[in-house]
Each structure stands twice: as C-alpha cells, then as structure tokens.
Design a protein around this ligand. Sequence first.
Ligand SMILES: Nc1ncnc2c1ncn2[C@@H]1O[C@H](COP(=O)(O)OP(=O)(O)OP(=O)(O)O)[C@@H](O)[C@H]1O
Ligand SMILES: [Mg+2]
Length: 253
Amino acid sequence: MKTISIINLKGGVSKTVSAINIAYTLVKLHGKRVLLIDNDKQGNTSKFFGLYDPESKCGLSELLTVKEIVVDNVIQQTSYEGLDIITANMNLLRANKEILMDVSRPQQTRLRKKLVSVKERYDYVIIDNAPDINMTVVNALVASDDVLVPIKIDQFSFDGLEQILEQIEDVSEFNSDIRFAGCFVTMYQRNNVNQQGAELLEKQGYPMFSTRIRKTVKVDEMTFVGKPLLEYAKRSTACVDYVALVKEYLGLC
Ligand SMILES: Nc1ncnc2c1ncn2[C@@H]1O[C@H](COP(=O)(O)OP(=O)(O)OP(=O)(O)O)[C@@H](O)[C@H]1O
Ligand SMILES: [Mg+2]
C-alpha cells in the first residue's frame, strides 16, 4: 500500500478535483484498490460522492480522536467498485483541538498507525488535504509515502511551497520514507502568464511533473454531476491530462 498526500497551503488550486480523478484513474485504468481520505472540514470529497453527513460521528475526526475506533469502522464504499472513502465534516475542527490537547498518546502518528490494518486491502490511499497545516494534516503527512502538490499559476503560485517542504522535513522525524514526489500545474491555459509561470516554476528546481492539467468547464460540471472525469467526460482535456499524470506518476511514461 502506498499513501499519497495531495497538499497545497493555498485554497482553490484543484487539490480535491485532483485527488478524486487521480484516485479514480488508478481504479478504472490500472485496476488498483484505492481508499480516498477526505482531510478537509469542508467535506468536498465526501460531498462529491454523496456521502457528506454533517452529523456523522464515523469519519476521519473520530478515527483520529477515539482510541477504540478502527479504520474498518469509518470506511464507506463509494458507488464505484474498488474505490472506498473515509469522510470528513466540521468535526475535524474539534478533532484538531482534541489531538493537540490529548498528550496521553502520540499525536502525529495516529493515522499512520490506524492505516496499518488495511495495508493489504488497498494499493493506494489518497489523502485530500485542507489548505492548512494543522494536526490532521500533520497526521496525513506522517502517514504518507509521497506528497503531490497541485499548483495553479498566478502571482501567488509559489507561496507556501517552502512551508510544505519544511513541513515534510519536520515530519521526516516520524516518517523517514516521505518523498516530495513533485508539483504539477493545474487549470493550465495556453496564455503568456501560464506559459511563463510554468517555465519559472520548472526553473526553481522543485521536482515537477511534465504533465499539466488543462482548464476546462467539464471540471466544474463534473463537481455538480458527482462523477469523476473518466465517467463524465473522458475525452475532455483535463481527463486526458489526469490519465497522463497518473501514468507519469507510476513511471509508465
Ligand atoms: N482543470 C480544471 N479546469 C477548470 N476548473 C477546475 C479545474 N480544476 C479545478 N477546477 C475548479 O476549481 C475550483 C477549485 O477546485 P478544488 O475544489 O479541487 O480546489 P481545492 O484546492 O481542493 O480547494 P480548497 O482549498 O477549497 O479545498 C473548483 O470550482 C473546480 O471545479
Ligand atoms: Mg479541496
């Protein structure tokens, strides 16, 4: 089992859309068994699969705060065979405070420890993180083998990248295997700003995927319909790009 964190401290850069489509591409085209974890109190990934419940007491928050709750108690099936999910809701706010205050057991390694019991059941765990660094995000990083950073090109694209790298450095105390797999450009448009921004990013020396995810209205539509791109618009540019990105990640191209 390999665990991947999708993270960027900036909001609205396509973390959730990428987590969903990377996960589903691994399931549909590569026959992998995937567990998606919603690690954002907004619950966007949970909402996408129609599994958001503001009252739920059986999600990521409880997994991280209640000692007796095991991962089997919180996993739900999506309507896609091979793709399961752990949902989130506003309880994550409370969970973050509780983890910080509860020093009676380790705070950073809770997710990592709880995921051990499903390591034979899934090929990949994909974590959709909040645009934040908090205790549940630290738990995600400590549980992760690879970190992927979606980047939308604008004036502030590079903000927060250094902090993510620092955070990866910090968690390596608990997880020496963590790897910054790379950044990839999202919502790419063929215009000067995007082209020059992407080139600048490549020159910074950060690991970069050569696949860029193009901007298309099909992505906004997909979020309304609640179907991953491979189901909703498989010929759309973004879908073709996510398929290429996953291949590049898997080292297949
Ligand atoms: N390739 C794309 N083309 C067009 N629109 C896109 C693309 N990727 C994402 N979007 C749109 O951008 C918005 C933000 O996407 P998303 O919710 O995935 O970002 P996020 O980084 O998870 O945001 P947050 O930080 O709030 O969690 C959504 O409205 C989504 O439909
Ligand atoms: Mg999101």
